[in-house]
Design a protein. Structure first.
Length: 367
């Protein structure tokens, strides 16, 4: 019997760093520096350098990272933040948690990235931020947003949760807008062994605001200059992230090679639309997302035959219960693609034999 192929397999990465993580954790345990240990600062400096920014501020998770970036930008009650409706709900949750109103826009039907023209058209006097989501591993065309946002005093907050190491026209994810939030959830290209996240920016004032927000609004012990939160990057997770960061470029290359092989295998396979990459982008293939008709039937066939197909994401945010309002038909591109997309297994360490099997089963399903 053929062994099942999971949608993601983290065991190869873990095996590569296990010894380094064990030694690093032993140091943390010996020093008992569990909160704000020196490894946190070491990782923040390394990730800032990797991302080409002046500041990296580690936080508890990616949703907090986006919320703190938005709060630093002035989002709150009576303001609006513009975002694509085809994203994970956390993008909108971060907006809602500031008290701001989430204003949804459609996506480009080919790349699935934010429709920048629609985003700019949605700006009002209440708009504080636009959140381009770097979906599936490639960067949205942020440069199309920046000039108009500058005219209106709107902050561009990159949702970089799926794009660690991706570039656009040579600039690294998290360095193009005014500020960015990223997630180090275990399945991300750069994943911790639990929840973790970070904010990146070149803006000193925004960085200082986020540092206060993550640590009880405290610039010094028992001094509290603003109302903050308890959301600090755990020292043990910083050890894991530092070990993985050293290998991230190689792992992203492995993902790109696997993606190229999928695209080669899918060439000429009727009924399957492979993913597209925007000119100027270096894609890091957090996910390999195709489009098919009768998606749910195809996914069921794949899963029944041991292929761990997934859907990212089946419901546009404006049709979820917490954010329902615009109604079906408001964003036709997003509504169509979310009914057709499915994610094929991809991760560093996936073998060509496994990919051959994935496409063999997929071909059976779409015939």
């Amino acid at each position: 019997m053929t062994a099942p192929i999971p949608p993601v397999d983290l065991s190869v990465q873990h095996a590569e760093i296990a010894g380094e993580v064990e030694a690093g954790w032993a140091q943390v345990l010996e020093r008992t520096a569990f909160i704000n240990g020196p490894q946190v600062g070491e990782f923040e400096r390394a990730y800032a350098e990797f991302s080409g920014v002046g500041h990296c501020i580690g936080v508890g998770n990616g949703t907090d990272a986006l919320e703190f970036a938005l709060r630093a930008a002035g989002a709150g009650p009576g303001t609006e933040c513009v975002l694509p409706t085809n994203s994970f709900i956390a993008t909108a949750e971060a907006v809602a948690r500031t008290g701001a109103t989430a204003v949804f826009v459609d996506c480009d039907p080919a790349s699935f990235l934010i429709d920048t023209k629609a985003a700019l058209a949605a700006i009002t006097e209440r708009t504080k931020a636009i959140l381009p989501v770097h979906l599936y591993g490639q960067i949205a065309p942020v440069e199309e947003l920046l000039p108009v946002c500058a005219e209106h005093g709107v902050t561009v907050v990159e949702d970089a949760a799926q794009s660690q190491g991706a570039t656009r026209n040579g600039a690294v994810s998290g360095s193009i807008g005014h500020i960015a939030g990223t997630s180090f959830y275990p399945g991300k290209n750069l994943g911790a062994y639990g929840d973790a996240g970070a904010v990146t920016t070149n803006d000193d004032a925004l960085a200082e605001s986020v540092r206060l927000l993550r640590d009880h609004g405290s610039p010094a012990k028992y001094v509290h200059s603003t109302l903050g939160f308890n959301s600090r990057l755990d020292t043990l997770q910083a050890v894991v992230l530092s070990a993985k960061l050293k290998r991230l470029a190689a792992w992203n290359t492995a993902r790109a090679e696997a993606a190229a092989y999928y695209t080669e295998l899918l060439g000429g396979l009727a009924g399957v639309v492979p993913p597209s990459t925007l000119p100027g982008n270096t894609h890091v293939w957090h996910l390999y997302v195709i489009r098919v008709a009768e998606r749910d039937r195809v996914v069921a066939h794949l899963r029944d035959n041991g292929v761990g197909a997934a859907i990212h994401y089946p419901t546009p945010i404006h049709l979820t219960e917490p954010f329902a309002g615009a109604g079906r038909g408001a964003f036709p591109n997003a509504e169509q693609v979310t009914g057709e997309i499915l994610s094929l297994p991809i991760y560093p360490g996936i073998t060509r034999a496994q990919q051959d099997r994935v496409v063999e089963v997929l071909a059976e399903a779409v015939r």
